[in-house]
Design a protein around this ligand. Structure first.
Ligand SMILES: Cc1ncc(COP(=O)(O)O)c(C=O)c1O
Length: 354
């Protein structure tokens, strides 16, 4: 039987603004942001910069634009960026580093999206005219394709110190840095310290409908702002959206511990279902990947199609791999219901017509 309410675990981007968030959006003070007149955007940028312990910040429409303005700000065409092979900037940003910044990317295999000093050192190019300039090192925390992996703080510090030794600029794709902060208790500003720029999203676990921001020093952020304009990201009375982001920072950070508990709960359920196994190690934050073993007589796309018929939505990310993400709009009862649906569909205990 389909559940009455959709249980949408495809991503933490599917959350809808809460009634209270909509209320603060409706009453937000606004101005023309392109002329520097929007007081709510200014308030958000100051608040975000302070939280990250950096002098300046720039509000942008998306996480993709946050990363791409930062990459462009730190590089010139022909330069090289070093990042993990599963990086969001490689797989899900439509080739933007090549198209918008004209950079090459060198990848590190690493461990669930993390890597160490020994992975970085050999990739830094010698200073000779044959080679591209190694210019930017990028980390992603938490790491999406790695399974919501949290980078250990001492490893971040080590890797960034190595980057500095080679005069690299360092950017953090912290779309879900809030999740790392909630999982470990490490302050956002502590995580941010070794980086030149950090981008975070308000539109994922924090539940705002739109928005990300980049923090850094004034020089870096002035360049980010310039490329935001160039890439078409300067919008006018955008305080309505900045208000949602402020509300999200004030009200939705600490509650993400519930999402982490729900993700662990789902992983436990999945671990008990015949033929399925939780992929990519223990669940650290709000993301769960699982694999369909050979005994399951359907592939990931077919399983997710059949679950959809029961109003349970998950994302097939490989032929036999599925991703589920816990978030603000999913409670524990819905997690249990989703697990029941997976069990019944994957083991064939209940026939589903699609
Ligand atoms: C790690 C990471 N970085 C960046 C982004 C891009 O965010 P947006 O979809 O807002 O462009 C995402 C989106 O899922 C992400 O997971």
């Amino acid at each position: 039987m389909p559940t009455s309410q959709p249980i949408d675990l495809r991503s933490d981007t599917v959350t809808k603004p809460t009634p209270e968030m909509r209320r603060v959006m409706a009453s937000a003070e606004v101005g023309d942001e392109v002329l520097g007149d929007d007081p709510t955007v200014q308030k958000l940028e100051a608040k975000f910069a302070e939280k990250l312990g950096k002098p300046a910040a720039c509000f942008v429409p998306t996480g993709t634009m946050a990363n791409q303005t930062a990459i462009r700000a730190h590089t010139e065409p022909g330069d090289e960026v070093i990042c993990s092979e599963g990086g969001h900037i490689i797989h899900y940003e439509t080739g933007a580093p090549a198209a918008l910044a004209g950079v090459m990317i060198r990848t590190i295999r690493g461990e669930r999206g993390t890597f160490d000093v020994d992975d970085v050192t050999p990739l830094v190019r010698p200073d000779a005219y044959h080679f591209p300039h190694s210019k930017l090192l990028m980390l992603e925390n938490t790491h999406n394709r790695g399974g919501g992996t949290v980078w250990p703080l001492d490893q971040i510090q080590r890797v960034c110190a190595e980057g500095r030794r080679h005069n690299l600029k360092i950017h953090l794709d912290g779309a879900r840095l809030w999740n790392a902060h909630v999982a470990t208790g490490v302050r956002m500003s502590e995580y941010a310290k070794p980086f030149d720029t950090i981008s975070c999203c308000f539109s994922k676990g924090l539940g705002a409908p739109v928005g990300s921001a980049v923090a850094g020093d004034e020089v870096a952020i002035a360049r980010v702002r310039r490329f935001k304009k160039m890439f078409g990201g300067m919008v006018r009375q955008v305080g309505i959206l900045a208000a949602a982001a402020i509300y999200a920072m004030d009200n939705h950070i600490e509650r993400m511990a519930e999402d982490h508990a729900n993700a662990r709960r789902l992983a436990e359920h999945i671990g008990n279902i015949k033929g399925l196994s939780v992929a990519l190690g223990p669940v650290e934050t709000n993301i769960v990947y699982f694999d369909l073993g050979n005994g399951v007589n359907m592939n990931a796309a077919q399983l997710s199609e059949r679950l959809k018929a029961r109003n349970v939505h998950m994302m097939a990310t490989g032929p036999r791999r599925i991703r589920c993400v816990a978030h603000l709009d999913v409670n524990t009862a819905m997690i249990d219901e989703a697990a029941r649906a997976i069990d019944e569909v994957a083991t064939g205990r209940v026939a589903v017509s699609v």
